[in-house]
Write a protein that binds this ligand. Structure first.
Ligand code: SAH
Ligand code: SF4
Ligand code: F3S
Length: 444
């Protein structure tokens, strides 16, 4: 490929699916002469890949667009141009409104239309195109994206499933990403083989409900086939819904050494009344039984979760039930959020909206408990020898940074040549965010 002639800046918000999509946008734009840049200043094309999940996430996008507008004007005064594209879930949810609210935006493109970007941008430049592309044809997108990837490291994301049919009453995803749709096994395997051939050792399979993957053999079947790919030593997947955590997938955790012992399985709340109002399709009890079953198959598995505090109608006793569930599970990591009222979702119209001070206070208490559990889990690794996949140089000279099987960041002193290798590390200490250790071969 010839050297890039134009500069592309992509800013990514939200979930890992957006990270994957941003890489794919760069892939489809590269043949048109676009090379990536780290700064929006001086960029010919700016793409904001946005998230609509909570109000704050959406507002960040509009404030960023304010800065971009000034840069675009400065560039115009200097006789150059800047094309501004809004992609992702805000694009899908707010469409035309974005262009009304921010005139600097040239094009709004939803998550299923990225394969059309080259054409849409060319049309925008001729001032003849639609400024909005937001439909839900996921199959066309994946068929049209190139199989070839340009991985930048030894780990990579790979989207296998998109969209959601669960309709949790608080959530915008079923509206921004459309219905559940799975890529065929063969295209996923082809992409994974290409990544492995380019030095990728760990793949994280992505889906809004990744364990609802409906291609042949389901997610367990897919994992078994991926495990056969030479060089692919680690397989992860995220995010899973408890309702789709089938026996076959649980069995795969006992059977496949490549399937890493870390599971992100959001529960959201511990009160059955709230879970029902959320339309979560599980109870606290059924979730706890599920965790037990998973641990029976893979006793060392690290559990992670998502939590929402202050859902409409949540009383003190309901919140206590969440704390109780957290105590019973014992999480290795978690994400917790204050309920955010999203326009158009059923929960936004429910009575009993909770005051912000109450949400704040509950979030602080929940986080204190989750932090304590995370710290205890990390500290419990001290003295063990863990296989660590080194991903990059660490922050200090002579340091390496990698991940344990449990997704913990691990820092050791060691030579750069170990990047891309899985090496035994003797863990000396664990703090809230990471583990510190020494290379086992040097102590031996
Ligand atoms: N599909 C994934 C989650 C996608 S959104 C799943 O079901 O697990 C990621 C997390 O954002 C959710 O798990 C939830 O905890 C949180 N979230 C979604 N909508 C929210 C809202 N309206 N307010 C606060 N948190 C929300
Ligand atoms: Fe949203 Fe629920 Fe679907 Fe997850 S399962 S994306 S929280 S609707
Ligand atoms: Fe956000 Fe869309 Fe992901 S709303 S969390 S970017 S699916």
């Amino acid at each position: 490929m010839s050297a890039p002639t134009k500069r592309l800046y992509i800013k990514t918000y939200g979930c890992q699916m957006n990270v994957y999509d941003s890489e794919r946008m760069a892939d489809v734009l590269a043949p048109l002469g676009y090379g990536m840049t780290d700064e929006p200043e001086g960029a010919d094309l700016v793409v904001l890949n946005t998230c609509h999940i909570r109000e704050k996430a959406t507002e960040k996008v509009y404030s960023e667009l304010g800065y971009i507008k000034q840069m675009k004007q400065a560039r115009a005064e200097a006789g150059a141009s800047m094309t501004v594209v809004v992609a992702g879930c805000v694009a899908q949810a707010e469409g035309e409104q974005i262009m009304i609210r921010q005139q600097a935006v040239d094009l709004v493109v939803g998550p299923q239309a990225y394969h059309q970007l080259p054409e849409l941008i060319a049309r925008t430049h001729r001032k003849r195109g639609e400024r909005l592309a937001a439909d839900f044809a996921a199959d066309e997108k994946f068929d049209a994206l190139p199989v070839e990837r340009n991985p930048t490291g030894v780990t990579a994301f790979l989207t296998v499933q998109e969209g959601c049919d669960k309709f949790c009453t608080f959530c915008v995803v079923p509206y921004t990403r459309g219905g559940e749709w799975s890529r065929p096994v063969e295209t996923i395997l082809a992409e994974a083989r290409d990544l492995a051939a380019k030095g990728v050792r760990e793949i994280t399979l992505l889906g809004q409900n990744v364990n609802a993957y409906a291609g042949e053999g389901g997610l367990a079947g897919l994992a078994r086939r991926l495990a056969k790919i030479e060089g692919l030593d680690r397989i992860r997947y995220t995010t899973s819904h408890p309702a789709d955590m089938g026996d076959d997938l649980i069995a795969a955790h006992a059977e496949l050494p490549q399937l890493m012992p870390y599971l992100h399985l959001p529960v959201q709340a511990g009160s059955d009344k709230i879970l029902k109002a959320m339309n979560r399709a599980h109870t606290a009890e059924s979730y706890l039984r599920l965790v037990e079953k998973i641990r029976a198959a893979r006793p060392d598995i690290a559990m992670a979760g998502d939590f929402i505090v202050g859902f409409p109608g949540e009383r003190d006793a309901d919140f206590e039930a969440t704390l109780q569930l957290v105590r019973e599970v014992g999480y290795a990591g978690a994400f917790s959020f204050k309920y955010s009222r999203r326009p158009g979702t059923p929960a936004s119209a429910l009575p009993g909206q909770v005051a912000d001070e109450v949400k704040e206070e509950r979030l602080a208490r929940l986080n204190a408990l989750l932090d304590e559990q995370q710290r205890a889990f990390n500290a419990s690794q001290a003295g063990k020898v863990l296989p660590v996949l080194f991903e990059r140089p660490g922050r200090h000279p002579g340091q390496l940074s990698g991940r344990s099987p449990y997704l913990q960041a691990v820092h050791v002193d060691g030579p750069d040549r170990l990047i891309g290798q899985i090496v035994p590390v003797r863990i000396e200490a664990g703090s809230k965010m990471s583990l510190a250790g020494v290379l086992e071969m040097e102590t031996a």
